[in-house]
Design a protein around this ligand. Sequence first.
Ligand SMILES: Cc1cc2nc3c(=O)[nH]c(=O)nc-3n(C[C@H](O)[C@H](O)[C@H](O)COP(=O)(O)OP(=O)(O)OC[C@H]3O[C@@H](n4cnc5c(N)ncnc54)[C@H](O)[C@@H]3O)c2cc1C
Length: 472
Amino acid sequence: MSVPTAQLPLEDLRNRVAGRVITPDDEDYDEARGVLYNLDDLHPAAVIRVANAQDVAAVVDIARESGLELAVRSGGHSGAGHSTTDGGLVIDLREMKKVEVDPASRTAWAEAGATAADVATGADAHSLAVGFGDTGSVGIGGITTGGGIGYLTRKHGLTIDSVIAADVVTADGKLRRADATTEPDLFWAIRGGGGNVGVVTRFQYRLHELGDAYGGMLFLPATADTIAGFIAAADAAPEELGTIANVMNCPPMPFIPEELHGSLIIMGMIFWSGPPEQGPDIVAPFRALATPLADFVRPMRYPEMFPPEEPQPEDAPHFIPSSRVLFMKDVDRDVAQSIVDTIATAPSKMGVAQIRVLGGEMARVPADATAFAQREARVLFALITSFQDPAEAPIHEAWTQEYFEAIAAKSTGVYSNFLAAEGEARIREAFPGSTYERLAEVKRAYDPTNLFKLNQNIAPAPPVAKRRFGSL
Ligand SMILES: Cc1cc2nc3c(=O)[nH]c(=O)nc-3n(C[C@H](O)[C@H](O)[C@H](O)COP(=O)(O)OP(=O)(O)OC[C@H]3O[C@@H](n4cnc5c(N)ncnc54)[C@H](O)[C@@H]3O)c2cc1C
């Protein structure tokens, strides 16, 4: 793919930022443009490894002045491929990953290029925690701005429910502090509205006491009864329990007898943040669903839920995802049976149905307190598969879409952080009620030309004579 470097004000860029500017002429360009899913093998004109908030502001200014498309990358895990661009600029925050924990006030400032594992590890050194998702390498920039659903959601809410303040560079290149009293509309929008209104350079989190805990992986045979039983047990458990049921074909894992490879299993992820000595009793109903195929649930600390992820060699197979996601009220036995039937017929051995029970603190936060409004969602369901040959895309897309349509009547909404590039109607579903309109108003105030458009994009509201929200 050709890169229109003619437009790139390279010298100006290099003069104005302290961090490294990487272009196709650099040896490590291919590594620098890498994101988890570079779906269309895009080639940015430059990747700027920003060193500080001033660099972010400078690149935002240059993008605005030059008209070059702008992508924002923190952990690079966008499933929709939003954190890179063809011929544009990438603000790459991965060098900005300082985590400063203040145990006395139980708060932490974390730069947006830190990963979930970085922050979890920094906080854990003081027996404190803030909840992220299920994967340590996910960037806090993306997961936090989109909401953040993980093992601590029922006890402490979404990740955004622990955000006290953030520093944000808006489209005019200004660095602003956003909190409950300063720039409150901006503060509202960066908690759930994704990257629509600016680039967060650092977040301040409220931390929760969490030391020794109990958790890990529990492998069970998957049947309609064990799936429905797993979800019922997760729902009945105290809020300190967070779970994910992954229903999948058993991969060739050495700790599971060979004759069971390929059979349908639940890979249950379980984390109990209550008193660790209660852990075995809390997990007993899951262990009683069937004789476990493997049981790694044990005393542990929160960061241990993020096992180390080895860097992939350059020639590692490149996987393309296909997924559909929805919130729903419950997973009864009929839905569980449909999951069994669907995974058993997946065209790829990598098909997985992922089910998370929500509620608790997440549901107690008022729907209009943040730009994540779907507080009543009970279950997050995702059907995910991946494959290597792009020519096979239609087969896998048809499989995820067919099940999505079959189960659509159960849908109560969708989670923006799990949305692929599925179009405006689906984005509207992610921001129900007045949320979409309010986000469009905040967008108009802070990004009237839609400079930040590589995201689950909300178009700026057209100018109106009378402004509806707060100071806007
Ligand atoms: C393997 C995997 C596991 C996941 N597990 C979970 C999970 O358990 N729970 C959950 O809630 N989500 C989960 N997600 C979804 C994840 O939260 C989103 O994909 C998120 O956007 C990734 O953040 P990132 O910083 O790594 O991504 P990036 O690709 O770097 O960024 C994605 C988008 O987020 C926005 N963004 C990123 N950084 C900033 C910033 N500093 N300021 C403003 N906007 C920014 C931009 O719009 C950007 O395009 C998972 C994703 C993957 C791939």
